[in-house]
Ligand binder design. Structure first.
Ligand code: NAD
Length: 356
């Protein structure tokens, strides 16, 4: 087994270091190889996703990714911006299914922006389609507006589109995932306004015929955004398109208190995956040793589960994280009165110790 380790920019290096320490402590047989990605790769090689990094990622069974981006690269042409590395990896590895769990740990319910009773025990899995939709649809660009409200004016445009196979495969992933949970899927769309999402709804409904044991309901994205803050526990598996999933998964992340706690996985059809925390490179706290490494450590656990078939090791890590939280150790983002504030490395030390 081979893991490509791509720490990236900002806090990426600090948090990935802790996850790598935890993986090494498991005493499993795998090889880890590190490479540059994002802004640091642009500085060194003139591209955020150099050929050598992409080659390593393609050859590996899984990629452990930190985060990319820094405001200092904001003026670069879009193709050279650090964030393009993630899009490039998703596209090249065919990572079409993004798993974003939103779990509210018992000890952290107070950190949520919602009342504790609304989030206590929350455990949602948002499955976002990752390689289609308006983020990749062609044509896109800038031009002189041919029609619309201001013909002749300068305009920018993108194209929202989904093919049947793209919707079918993500729907299957969602129904399969639901079978391992509470057998409920909510498909989120905007079928009342968008052709693309009427088609989405129709195809999901068709695929559902193969999963009669799973309950399916449909919800418009605006309602889903409301329900997520009104009664989040009524969701279990949520499946949706790339753009809606991008927004809803961040909204769900906030229900759990800190984005520093949330792992994510992006998988292709052969279980090869990219595992990364749900947050970005946090340039505001980079280098200070205060970033929460738990989302990355939990991403490593997801990697063991979904790409490397090491369920037991995955649970060992997840239990160690629960133990550390129960001990009252907190990085500043999740710190509250009565708990002990620790830095990134100390949190890594504590997880290592709790692995037993
Ligand atoms: P961000 O997620 O980096 O930070 C948002 C806020 O959350 C900041 O206040 C930050 O300090 C805090 N935060 C994030 N992770 C944390 C952690 N582990 N521990 C404690 N606090 C944490 O989002 P942003 O500020 O909008 O973006 C910063 C950069 O990251 C930008 O360049 C953006 O493009 C990039 N970005 C990258 C990814 C990725 O690599 N997958 C995702 C989102 C944003």
């Amino acid at each position: 087994m081979k893991i490509a380790v791509l720490p990236g920019d900002g806090i990426g290096t600090e948090i990935v270091e802790q996850a790598v320490r935890v993986l090494k402590a498991l005493d499993l047989k795998f090889e880890m190889e590190q490479a540059l990605v994002g802004g640091v790769a642009y500085d060194a090689h003139g591209h955020p996703l150099p050929e050598s990094t992409l080659k390593l990622a393609k050859e590996a069974d899984a990629v452990l990714f930190g985060a990319v981006g820094d405001w200092k690269y904001d003026k670069l042409e879009r193709q050279f911006r650090p964030e393009q590395a993630i899009l490039g990896l998703r596209k090249n590895l065919g990572l079409f299914a993004n798993f974003r769990p939103a779990i509210c740990y018992e000890q952290l319910t107070h950190a949520s922006s919602l009342k504790p009773e609304l989030v206590a025990g929350l455990d949602i899995l948002i499955i976002r389609e990752l390689t289609g939709d308006i983020y990749f649809g062609q044509p896109r660009g800038k031009r002189t507006s041919p029609d619309g409200n201001f013909p002749g004016a300068e305009e920018a445009f993108d194209t929202m589109r989904y093919t049947r196979p793209e919707i079918e495969r993500i729907a299957r992933v969602a129904f399969e995932a639901a079978r391992k949970r509470s057998k409920r899927v909510t498909s989120v769309d905007k079928a009342n306004v968008l052709e693309t999402f009427q088609f989405w709804k129709d195809v999901v409904t068709e695929v559902h015929k193969d999963y009669p044991d799973v309950e399916l309901d449909h919800m418009y994205v605006d309602n889903a955004a409301m329900q997520l803050v009104k009664a989040p526990k009524k969701f279990d598996v949520v499946v949706t398109g790339n753009m809606f999933g991008d927004i809803l998964s961040d909204e769900a992340a906030m229900l759990t208190g800190s984005i520093g706690m949330l792992p994510s996985a992006s998988l292709n059809a052969s279980k090869q995956g990219l595992y990364e925390p749900s947050h970005g490179s946090a340039p505001d706290i980079a280098g200070k040793g205060v970033a929460n490494p738990l989302a990355t450590i939990l991403s490593a656990a997801m990697m063991l589960r979904y790409s490397l078939d090491q369920e037991e090791a995955a649970q060992r890590i997840e239990n160690a994280v629960k133990k550390v939280l129960a001990q009252g150790l907190r990085t500043p983002d999740i710190h509250s009165e009565g708990t002990t504030k620790v830095g990134t490395r100390e949190m890594g030390d504590a997880v290592l110790k709790a692995l037993g």
